[in-house]
Write a protein that binds this ligand. Structure first.
Ligand code: ZN
Length: 212
């Protein structure tokens, strides 16, 4: 995709997320790699509902701000993810209600916060490790994300929300939507118990469908 098309796509998909309640106020941020190098990031304190393609933050390959409005303070976390996982083309960070609710539950499994309850979750994301709580803006958060990114395409920040990647921005958003749906199902099922996919069913999915 051209840079112009990526700018338009980021604005359109952010608006769609906003309208469906995935992001409110200035919460959440999106980013993608640019074809000529560098990154596009949603500006600090911007609303997903009213982004402007012309004023999105542009960073160079080293992460320096070179054009557009000032980037989100959480851009550092995105950059750490891109550096640790070169196949990633787009990243979504949300404070979406179901995943954020899960991130506040006691007793989460650190290596996988959401059990394998549907094949779509397993195919799109696989496992969702928990990143310990860090104060927003703490440099330790980017380091913790970078440590998990080589082996995981998505992670859940404790008492905060998800960070989800994909081969493109579109794929990252689709993965985030699948994760939010899975979290909603998990919370509905929590009082009742749930049947999970077996190890052999998961292995069959992993063999058949390649994850990015
Ligand atoms: Zn956040």
């Amino acid at each position: 995709m051209t840079e112009t098309a990526l700018r338009e796509q980021m604005v359109q998909m952010a608006h769609s997320l906003f309208m469906r309640g995935y992001s409110s106020g200035g919460a959440g941020n999106l980013s993608c790699r640019l074809p000529e190098g560098g990154f596009l990031v949603t500006p600090t304190n911007s609303s997903f509902g009213t982004l402007d393609p012309a004023t999105l933050s542009q960073l160079d390959a080293q992460g320096e701000h070179i054009a557009g409005e000032r980037p989100s303070k959480e851009a550092v976390m995105h950059l750490a993810f891109y550096r640790s996982r070169p196949t990633v083309g787009g990243i979504v960070h949300l404070h979406s209600p179901a995943l954020t609710a899960v991130s506040c539950l006691p007793g989460l499994k650190v290596d996988n916060c959401l059990p394998p309850i549907t094949p779509y979750y397993v195919m799109r994301v696989g496992k969702l490790p928990l990143v310990p709580y860090y104060r927003p803006g703490d440099s330790g958060l980017a380091e913790a994300v970078a440590a998990l990114a080589p082996t995981h395409s998505a992670m859940l920040l404790a008492n905060h929300g998800p960070v989800v990647s994909g081969g493109s921005l579109r794929e990252a958003i689709y993965n985030a939507e699948e994760l939010e749906d899975t979290a909603r199902l998990f919370l509905i099922l929590l009082p009742h118990g749930m049947v999970m996919l077996t190890d052999s069913q998961i292995a069959d999915l992993e063999k058949t469908f390649k994850k990015s």
